[in-house]
Design a protein around this ligand. Sequence first.
Ligand SMILES: *Cc1c(COP(=O)(O)O)cnc(C)c1O
Length: 214
Amino acid sequence: MQQKIARARRQALQPLPGATTLIAVSKQQPLEKIRAAIAAGHVDFGENYVQAAYEHWPALKQEFPHVRLHMIGHLQSNKAKEALALFDVIHTLASPSLVQKLGQWKQQTGRQPELLVQVNTGEEVQKSGVSPLVLPAFLHICRDAGLDIAGLMCIPPEQDDPRLHFALLQQLAAHDSLTTLSMGMSGDYEHAARMGAGYVRVGSAIFGARPART
Ligand SMILES: *Cc1c(COP(=O)(O)O)cnc(C)c1O
């Protein structure tokens, strides 16, 4: 997979700055599979629920301090404290109340995780994320709260060509001088890498199909 990502990056229209980091999305996967992925050299892992991440990751991070954990699911502001204690990167900043929580925490501790703003590029009612139209205002709120924003994240609507959404995310990021794009999943991570993704988030193509939720 790393080779496919490297090849896709070489096919980019322009030389790409930075690197594309592969996030192994381990949500709902059993502990043995996660351990095997760490043993195989994966460093970056993604989870989409704070509570589920607490099942395995506090112990795993203690055992493997080099591992970086990414929050890629909707994050409620009442879970912010727990998320801050476990995650290194949050890809789903999208509500002013979460911005306020993170801003307060930064004032108290001087620290913040790496932060990306989730953009609802397809304007889907069932998806969270900031609408592209209000993104500049939202980024303003983030900066007022003292937060550094590294970039933007999107989850394209299933029926659309993801490249349209990756291109929109690129444009929105460039407009605000943001450098890191979190885009691309199992079905489209090569497109995303070719279009300069800083993070691709791949689950089933690494771990196989997810077991049904219990
Ligand atoms: C589950 C998930 C992924 C990974 O999905 P796959 O299709 O299994 O690669 C990526 N991003 C987010 C936000 C997810 O929730």
